[in-house]
Design a protein around this ligand. Structure first.
Ligand SMILES: C[S@@+](CC[C@H](N)C(=O)[O-])C[C@H]1O[C@@H](n2cnc3c(N)ncnc32)[C@H](O)[C@@H]1O
Length: 362
């Protein structure tokens, strides 16, 4: 026999509250992991092992043998799994809100805001991995982007609210573009940060995931309609016209692509950016300090980031020079005011800003 509607909705509410409490607990556990547990690993390594000049196999195996490090690694892997999966995970939470979220996606959009490509073949590196441990990744189904959005909004290493505004400000210190292309735009937060800061600019977000660009289009405030658009396409071959952008930007894209795809992306940047224009990637490069580097490399496996280290193997100066860019600058990026303090008070991803300027005569 079916339960009465009122009982169902109070059960749904209770399940929702339980999920929220569970996710808050995971957030607190994650904060503890990134601060006190990280500090414990640092202390023990310092007192029992010391620091070699560079990361080597002996240091690696001695650190891996420390129970403190093993617990730290376990927490990273499993807090992330628990965040997404299981009946209180974010994936189940989005599924429980399917009707409400599908309703959001069914609202009419103005012409040109969203272009989907049902013929697009998704590369195997993109579909064969549950990136970040999100079941099926960000393109598994129509609501996948909401799951990714909930994960970002629930905090953690990429959930810092000011991240994209800071990226935009760093770019604007150098350059004021009017045609902007945001590669790997996700659910649009990186794209809309540029549109907000530059009210005169036209901004296009590109992503392989239909779910991501659909959610991004529906998140776009009406005041931006007509100058913002989202396109489902591969960043390595967008089909957009030659020399059609002043700025090609990406945030957290390079480290999700294998080396060959990053090289294709750089070649595509050489085609799309007009002479004198610029590329700005906000991404990660491995830290020098041995323990931080080891934790970063371990993060690749623990967070399902199989390509995390690939773009760091590319000589970016050479690759950008071959694509017609005459200077490449790589600098530290502070996602918060105290992010770069030494010694680090918390585990953080090694953010870098990579800027390349296209030759005027390219
Ligand atoms: C970590 S997310 C970052 C999203 C967004 N830039 C942000 O900062 O919130 C990386 C995004 O890149 C997209 N992506 C990965 N490979 C891509 C490719 N070859 N072309 C276009 N998008 C890609 C993924 O679908 C995902 O949405």
């Amino acid at each position: 026999m079916n339960a009465p509607a009122s009982t169902l909705s109070s059960r749904t509410r209770l399940a929702e509250q339980e999920r929220e409490a569970y996710q808050r607990f995971l957030g607190a556990a994650r904060a503890y992991w990134a601060t006190r547990m990280f500090a414990g690993v640092q202390r023990q390594v310092e007192s029992e092992i010391g620091a070699p000049d560079t990361l080597n196999d002996d240091f690696r195996s001695r650190v891996e043998a420390l129970p403190t490090y093993q617990v730290f690694a376990w927490f990273e892997r499993h807090l992330q799994r628990m965040r997404y999966s299981g009946h209180r995970g974010l994936a189940a939470g989005v599924e429980a809100r399917r009707a409400e979220l599908s309703n959001v996606l069914s609202r009419p959009l103005p012409e040109g805001l969203l272009t989907l490509n049902t013929e697009l073949r998704l590369p195997s590196y993109f579909v064969d991995c549950d990136i970040h441990q999100q079941p099926g990744g960000v393109a598994a189904h129509d609501l996948s982007a909401f799951i990714y959005r909930d994960a970002v909004q629930s905090g953690g290493v990429v959930g810092v609210a000011s991240l994209h505004d800071r990226h935009v400000q760093r770019v604007l210190e150098r350059f004021r573009p009017t045609r902007i292309l945001d590669m790997g735009c996700g659910f649009g937060r990186s794209t809309l940060a540029f549109a907000k800061a530059l009210p005169e600019a036209r901004v296009c977000g590109v992503d392989l995931s239909a779910s991501c660009v659909r959610v991004a289009a529906h998140e776009t405030p009406e005041a931006m309609w007509g100058r913002v658009n989202f396109l489902q396409a591969d960043a390595t071959r967008t089909g957009l016209p030659d020399c059609s952008v002043d700025l090609l930007t990406s945030t957290m894209l390079l480290h999700e692509m294998p080396e060959y795809a990053v090289r294709q992306l750089i070649a595509e940047a050489g085609r799309l950016v007009r002479p004198g224009g610029m590329v700005a990637h906000l991404d990660f490069l491995p830290p020098e300090e041995p323990l931080l580097r080891m934790i970063y490399e371990g993060h690749a496996a623990r967070n399902n980031e199989p390509y995390l280290l690939e773009h760091s193997r590319i000589n970016l100066q050479e690759a950008y020079a071959a694509a017609g860019f005459n200077s490449v600058e790589i600098s530290d990026f502070a996602e918060t005011d105290d992010a770069l303090q030494l010694p680090p008070a918390r585990w953080r991803l090694p953010w870098k800003l990579i800027l390349a300027v296209k030759s005027e005569d390219a």
